[in-house]
Design a protein around this ligand. Sequence first.
Ligand code: CA
Length: 218
Amino acid sequence: MRVLVVEDEPKMAALVRRGLVEEGHAADVAREGEEALWLAEAHPYDAIVLDVMLPGLSGFETCRRLRNSGVWTPVLMLTARDSVDDRVAGLDAGADDYLTKPFSLAELFARLRALVRRGDVERPTELVVGDVRLDPASRRVWRGSEQVQLSPKEFALLEAFMRRPGQVLSRLQLLEHAWDFAYENRSNVVDVYVRYLRQKLGRDLFETVRGAGYRLAA
Ligand code: CA
């Protein structure tokens, strides 16, 4: 595999690069985010090792910009501290995995192999269907430029729809994605919540398919 290593500390960058090369891989080093963006857009890397602490653009911002520019190369983030906040921010910025410093090269390689197996399919952090946008991390929803307040259940149901735009979803399918087994009263709860979503987001979005269920207009 060919890996882009984004790290400003020369010793750390050289260590990772040397390890990869000794394993028979190819590795390029970028010392800052801007350079990483340029390289990642110009070359089809199999994976990117991205340090959080960088001069200029942070690792988080670099990752976000990569995803926004359509680069879906798997990203492994390196976090300096054993900080939960850093790991959460990294994953929510579109990273696929993280490793906290100090780490062993054996673990770094194993994580890279696992990431490369998944490939560079699109996996946007936000869901967008038409003019509706849903951010699972911040749990916010917009229709056009207007933010819409949803209850947790309404949010879960909308997310179930947005992960399958244009598909007819039966009431049972919607129940299975947004409600758990502990929920007893399953009779018409989906219809009730679709009505709420229509009131908040617009009737035109949720089509009733007679005898089958509902469809989110794609
Ligand atoms: Ca660094």
